[in-house]
Design a protein around this ligand. Sequence first.
Ligand code: NIG
Ligand code: FE
Length: 384
Amino acid sequence: VTATLHTNIGELLTNDPAVGAGVGRLHHAALVVSDGLVQWVGPADRAPAADERVDHGGRAVLPGFVDAHTHLVFAGERSDEFEARMAGEPYDGGGITRTVAQTRAASLDELSQRSHRRAAALRAGGVTTVEIKSGYDLTPEGEARLLQIAGGLTTETTFLGAHTIPEDYRHRREDFVAQVVGPMLDACAPYAKWIDVFCDRGAFDVDEARTVLAAGNARGLRSRLHGNQLGATGGVQLAASVGAASVDHCTHVSDEDLEALAAAGVVATLLPSAEFFTQAPMPDVRRFHDAGVTVALATDCNPGTSFVTSMGFVLALAVAHGHFSVDDALWSATAGGAAALQRSDIGRLAVGARADFVVADAPRAAHLVYHQGPDAIAAVYSSS
Ligand code: NIG
Ligand code: FE
């Protein structure tokens, strides 16, 4: 096994509390990687010898971004809805069925190619771990097809059969929930790690969501949830009561909601680009921090509310409109995302962690928040 010394790192964010609070910043640093894992981290002038040496020329290095919420397997696009929303029309989730129709009609080849391109764009922007949900087919075979495509891109696959009530079930919601927890779950459980529900106004209510999550848990899938995006509809409290890994969106949260999340140790995954493109108020992260809630940031890549494949853009929005400091945004997009996926091997650069990291094309990691586009990044390293 060869050991590689990455040295002359101007600024290194480790997210290691043993190094320092918050992002665990080191200057003039180095790290040694072997077998895909971090073997040593510290000041460059004290680095051990290694087989190979990469000089980063004073650039900044940080953990790869962990994008813990995407719906990137779909066909078609909905720029007409985007135009209507920018002209003042509100988002109500109604467009999901349009993407369902386009996705069902797409060939396996087309769907996987589009999904691979989106995943590649995320990676070029520094994402080294991505979560991917199903939810744009809503039939047993079709949802399984989406999850198989997702499984070619990540191990963090999520069954979101409860994304919306399809047209043909509009007046038979109970039948659809039975379909989700029956044949659809049967077909999808082998390909999914997580189960998720769009628990919100116009989608699934708290009781329906509880039923779906419990059925998934019984099949070994762990819970995550879309909650409180369109209103204070009880999703956040449900996530806390079932001990979900994460509740996502959290656009409308009360102080009691935040207390419940903190007490249950549920991560809040904020999706600033979805707020931006639906013209919804962006949650103020200071309330989450004051309540002691762990916060993640993700793209929510989907054709309706956030056709975004750039974590840098999400970070910029979080800082400009969500009251994140640059360091907090970088932490939430790395360590926060890892917490939302209950992973301790990613989101940090400490001995034993996976050697998944981004080299900024600048001496400061803040560069990735302030400058958008793949040219902000000099290199992306990951162990798989
Ligand atoms: O996370 N909220 C539910 N799902 C997506 C939007 C889906 C769509 O409009 O296609 C979201 O915002
Ligand atoms: Fe989403």
